[in-house]
Design a protein around this ligand. Structure first.
Ligand SMILES: Nc1nc2c(ncn2[C@@H]2O[C@H](COP(=O)(O)OP(=O)(O)O)[C@@H](O)[C@H]2O)c(=O)[nH]1
Ligand SMILES: [Mg+2]
Ligand SMILES: [Zn+2]
Length: 350
């Protein structure tokens, strides 16, 4: 048995807390009074998933009272996107009893935010994950072929959002990822990789404990397989592609938080089906530079407005590397940084 072996006959429905039936709120159509209460009795919870205006919220996380409730946005939040990972204040029936529906009245200020890539004409906010502190980028050594630029885009999105990236290489039984990985040698990037038919699941789990980790990757790389191996209760659909329709047997478009349970602690895996890339619209060069602390110090001596690219006149980093000041890895790190800066310079079109 290989670690990715799947039972094709397993027709278990995909796990999705948001699929619980919800009776419409009988009071939902009542006109509201003008003076709203302050919601001082609101409880703060975590958004696990979103499905057509219904939110699954976890209350009392890691306490004996932990439970899930279904909630809808209060009218004052109608123009605000509430997304997986958001912490929200909710009021109303927060028992989670069958058919109950609570109300989300506030979004707790977010620590991080990842947006879906969008074109400039897009008026809608395309926030997809809030408060993640790690991004696990899943890449296959082959089938599909790994693409440096795609990983670069994920890295830039992660650095820009203040989310720590981790790389995970699957399908090393099909190809040796060494050459691909050499492109990232200059980064402080933790890398997990399968070795033939073994994936270091315990090590990956350990890295996820006490974190909210958003999983990203091109379709077919083995992301669902990995999620299922880490969170067996997840039952994420593994890509058995229908040759007639070209679509997966279970297609899911919802972003969902799955709880990782280990003897050493818990964590959250945030699975994002269908997200090919994150928006890079408002990336600040300084945020990318911040991920390279040693280089950032040198860059303080750059001329104003320095692009830090190879052709940038008097760039202190280029000069330092040319002098050999940054040690044997300096060149590789500067190359990586410049590649990411170039990715950013290419703008949000891809
Ligand atoms: N050879 C090989 N196949 C794998 C590995 N991991 C996953 N797969 C297969 O790759 C296909 C796509 O996997 P899936 O998890 O659905 O990919 P996703 O689209 O990224 O979620 C499935 O047929 C998996 O069984 C691996 O390490 N090696
Ligand atoms: Mg999948
Ligand atoms: Zn510079």
């Amino acid at each position: 048995m290989t670690w990715w072996a799947t039972d094709d006959e397993d027709d278990e429905p995909e796990y999705d807390e948001s699929s619980v039936r919800v009776r419409p709120n009988p009071k939902g159509n009542k006109p509201r009074t003008k003076t709203r209460p302050e919601h001082e009795d609101a409880l703060t919870g975590r958004i696990l998933s979103v499905d057509r205006g219904r939110y699954t919220v976890m209350l009392g996380e890691n306490t004996p009272d932990e439970h899930r409730v279904t909630a809808a946005r209060a009218s004052e939040l109608r123009k605000h996107a509430v997304v997986t990972g958001d912490r929200v204040d909710i009021v109303g029936d927060t028992t989670g009893a069958d058919g109950s529906l609570a109300r989300i009245v506030r979004i707790v200020p977010r620590t991080t935010l990842l947006r879906r890539s969008a074109d400039d004409t897009d008026a809608v906010e395309r926030v997809i994950v809030a408060n993640a502190d790690q991004m696990l980028i899943v890449v296959a050594a082959a089938n599909p072929e790994p693409r440096i630029r795609l990983v670069d885009r994920y890295l830039v999105a992660a650095y820009d959002a203040g989310v720590s990236p981790i790389l995970c290489i699957t399908k090393t039984d099909l190809a040796d990822p060494a050459e691909f990985l050499s492109n990232f040698a200059g980064l402080d990037l933790p890398v997990f990789r399968s070795r033939e038919d073994h994936m270091p699941l315990a090590e990956i789990s350990a890295a996820l404990i006490a974190h909210d980790t958003v999983f990203v990757g091109h379709s077919g790389v083995g992301k669902s397989t990995l999620v299922n191996a880490l969170v067996p209760a997840a039952h994420r659909a593994v890509g058995v592609v229908n040759t007639v329709t070209g679509r997966g047997r279970h297609t899911s478009s919802s972003t969902i938080s799955l709880r990782l349970e280990t003897d050493a602690g818990r964590g959250w895996v945030i699975d994002t089906p269908g997200v090919r890339s994150f928006g890079l619209g408002h990336i600040n060069t300084d945020n990318i530079l911040k991920a390279f602390t040693d280089l950032a110090t040198v860059a303080e001596n750059c001329p104003r407005g320095c692009t830090h690219l190879p052709d940038s006149p008097d760039c202190a980093m280029n000069e330092a590397v040319a002098r050999g000041d940054l040690g044997p890895t300096g060149k590789a790190r500067l190359d990586s940084l410049q590649r990411l800066l170039t990715t950013f310079a290419a703008g949000p079109t891809y």
